[in-house]
Design a protein around this ligand. Structure first.
Ligand code: FES
Length: 171
């Protein structure tokens, strides 16, 4: 990560003040780096490189280490995500039961290319994930924390509609 290309002004001062207060409340911020990153993600929604650099400076940890942690754990994200993150498992058990067709159908129905972080309305993101430990339900789709098992491509539009309705009812 090159620091020269980063624009630290994208970070909101209020957000940084809250993050600072949290870091200062910890007896050992370096030893609690996962918790610090969770807090940063909770405040900002995701962890852009600028925020990773800020956390590195505040905790004195190398930026490469922070980035290593962020990219290792699937619950951290470097890109913004929609209200609903659709994680399609393409681990072996799910793959042999047709996960790729399910994944393709989600992308098709949501008109979301692989390199796009979310749908235009900000509602959906799609992830392709490895085994999520529910192989007996293959192919498995997780929408935020909700698990759908034995998913067939024909059920994709129904899953999307269910979440669109939920979002509309909540707004
Ligand atoms: S391979 Fe998909 S849940 Fe295990």
């Amino acid at each position: 990560m090159s620091h020269l290309e980063l624009d630290m002004s994208i970070l909101e001062p209020e957000l940084l003040a809250e993050l600072d207060a949290y870091i200062d409340s910890l007896p050992d911020p370096r030893g609690s780096i996962i918790a610090v990153l969770h807090k940063a993600q909770e405040l900002n929604g995701y962890l852009p490189r600028e925020l990773q650099l800020y956390v590195a400076r505040r905790t004195g940890l190398p930026t490469a280490k922070i980035n290593g942690i962020v990219t290792f754990y699937s619950f951290f994200s470097e890109v913004p995500s929609g209200v609903y993150t659709i994680s399609v498992c393409t681990g072996t058990a799910c793959f042999v039961k047709g996960a790729q067709e399910v994944l393709d159908r989600f992308r098709e129905e949501l008109k979301l290319e692989e390199d796009e972080p979310m749908t235009e309305d900000g509602l959906f993101s799609i992830n392709d994930v490895r085994c999520i430990g529910a192989c007996g339900l293959a192919p498995v789709v997780r929408v935020n924390e909700r698990i759908f098992g034995h998913v067939k491509p024909d059920q994709v539009s129904e899953i999307i509609a269910q979440h669109r309705k939920e979002a509309a009812d909540a707004s």
